[in-house]
Design a protein around this ligand. Structure first.
Ligand code: PLP
Ligand code: SF4
Length: 323
C-alpha cells in the first residue's frame, strides 16, 4: 500500500495516456475530496495507452465526478442518518436480521470512484483495540446475531495481530457462529493472502467466509487467482460481488467471462449490485432494464450457480432487493 499511486497525473503518466486525455483529467483533480489510490499490482493489469481500460475506469477521477445528478446523494443507503442500528457512527451496522456489519477499518487497498462510501467520514471512525468495545458490547447484547461481517473500508488492511485480536474478541461472543470478511484486497493486492493470514483465519472456532469484489475479468490475473485458490484450498468459501458499471462491465462478454473465470477457480458469483446513487458516480449508472437483460442473457449461457443475483440496496428494506 505504501507504494500505491496517489495522483491522477502519475496514473496517466504511468499508462502513457494521450496528452489531451491527461489535460481533461488534470482539470478534474483540484479539490476532489476522495483521493486517487491505486496499488501497483492493480496498475500492472491495465493496458498502457488505453484510456478506456475497464480497470482504469474504476479508479480514475473524471470531470464527470463534478456533475450533479437528480437522485444522487452523499448518503445513498442511509447510513449517516437514520436509526442507530443502521448508522455507521457506532461502528456496528445492524440493518438485516441475524447479521451485523462491523466497520473494521477506514482504509482500503484501492479507491473505487463509484464507492457508496466515498463520502464517509472514516477519519471519525475510532480505531485501536478500545474502539471495538462499544460495537462488541452491542453484539453481545443481541443474541439474534449469529454472523459478523468485517467490512469497512477493508478489514484486511488491518495488520495480522490487529485482525487476530478482533476475530478473537468476536469469537468470544457465544451466539456468533460465522465470520464473513468483505475485502477487495485479495483482488487488488493478492500478496495479502499469506500463509500466516490463512492460519489466522482457520484458527478460530467461527466458520469463515470470504466475499471479494471484482468487476471485470482482467482483474483476475494469475496472482489473484492463485490467492483465491489458497483461500478455497484452506476451506474458506469465497464469493464475489460485482457492481454493474457503465464502461466497465455493462457488456455481456465481460460479465460472462468474469463469472466463468470465477467458477473455473471455485469462486461463486454472489451479487451483481445496481450502482448505489452516490454523488459523483452518476456517470457509472447502467439502467435497470439493461442490467436485467444482461443477467437474463447470462442465465442462458452459464450454469445456474455461476449467475449472480442482481440486487439493489434500498434504505429501510429488510434485505438487498432483487431486481
Ligand atoms: C449488504 C449488507 C449486509 C449483508 O447482506 P447479505 O445479503 O447477507 O449479503 C449486511 N449488513 C449491511 C449493513 C449490508 O449493507
Ligand atoms: S474497496 Fe470497497 S469500500 Fe473500498 S473504495 Fe472500493 S468499493 Fe469502496
Amino acid at each position: 500500500m505504501k507504494r500505491a499511486i496517489r495522483s491522477a497525473e502519475v496514473l496517466c503518466q504511468r499508462l502513457e495516456l494521450p496528452a489531451e486525455f491527461n489535460r481533461r483529467v488534470a482539470e478534474a483533480a483540484p479539490g476532489n475530496p476522495f483521493p486517487v489510490f491505486v496499488p501497483l499490482e492493480f496498475l500492472s493489469r491495465m493496458r498502457p495507452g488505453d484510456c478506456r481500460d475497464p480497470l482504469l475506469r474504476q479508479v480514475l477521477p473524471l470531470p464527470e465526478e463534478g456533475d450533479t445528478a437528480a437522485g444522487f446523494s452523499t448518503d445513498p443507503v442511509g447510513e449517516l442518518q437514520g436509526s442507530p442500528a443502521a448508522s455507521l457512527s457506532v461502528g456496528l451496522l445492524r440493518k438485516y436480521h441475524g447479521r451485523a456489519l462491523l466497520v473494521a477499518s477506514g482504509a482500503c487497498g484501492v479507491h473505487c470512484r463509484y464507492c457508496f462510501r466515498r463520502h464517509f467520514p472514516y477519519d471519525t471512525v475510532p480505531h485501536g483495540d478500545a474502539a471495538w468495545d462499544q460495537p462488541l458490547a452491542m453484539l453481545s447484547d443481541d443474541p439474534t446475531l449469529d454472523e459478523v461481517i468485517l467490512s469497512g473500508g477493508d478489514p484486511l488492511v488491518l495488520t495480522d495481530p490487529a485482525l487476530e485480536n478482533l476475530i478473537r474478541r468476536v469469537a468470544e461472543v457465544p451466539h456468533v457462529r460465522r465470520l464473513r470478511i468483505h475485502s477487495r484486497l485479495p483482488i487488488v493486492i493478492p500478496q495479502r493472502i499469506t500463509e500466516r493470514l490463512l492460519d489466522l483465519l482457520r484458527g478460530t472456532r467461527l466458520s469463515t467466509w470470504m466475499v471479494v469484489h471484482a468487476n471485470h475479468p482482467t482483474e483476475l490475473d494469475a496472482a489473484t487467482l492463485a490467492a483465491l485458490g489458497r483461500l478455497v484450498d484452506r476451506g474458506i468459501p469465497v464469493l464475489n460481488q460485482a457492481v454493474l458499471l457503465r464502461g466497465v462491465n455493462d457488456q455481456l462478454a465481460a460479465l460472462e467471462q468474469l463469472c466463468r473465470t470465477l467458477v473455473d477457480h471455485r469462486v461463486q458469483p454472489y451479487y451483481l449490485h445496481q450502482l448505489d446513487r452516490v454523488a459523483g458516480a452518476a456517470h457509472y449508472e447502467v439502467p435497470v432494464a439493461r442490467g436485467r437483460q444482461l443477467v437474463a442473457e447470462l442465465r442462458t449461457r452459464l450454469p445456474g450457480y455461476a449467475v449472480p443475483t442482481y440486487v439493489v440496496e434500498q434504505a429501510g428494506e429488510p434485505s438487498k432487493t432483487p431486481l
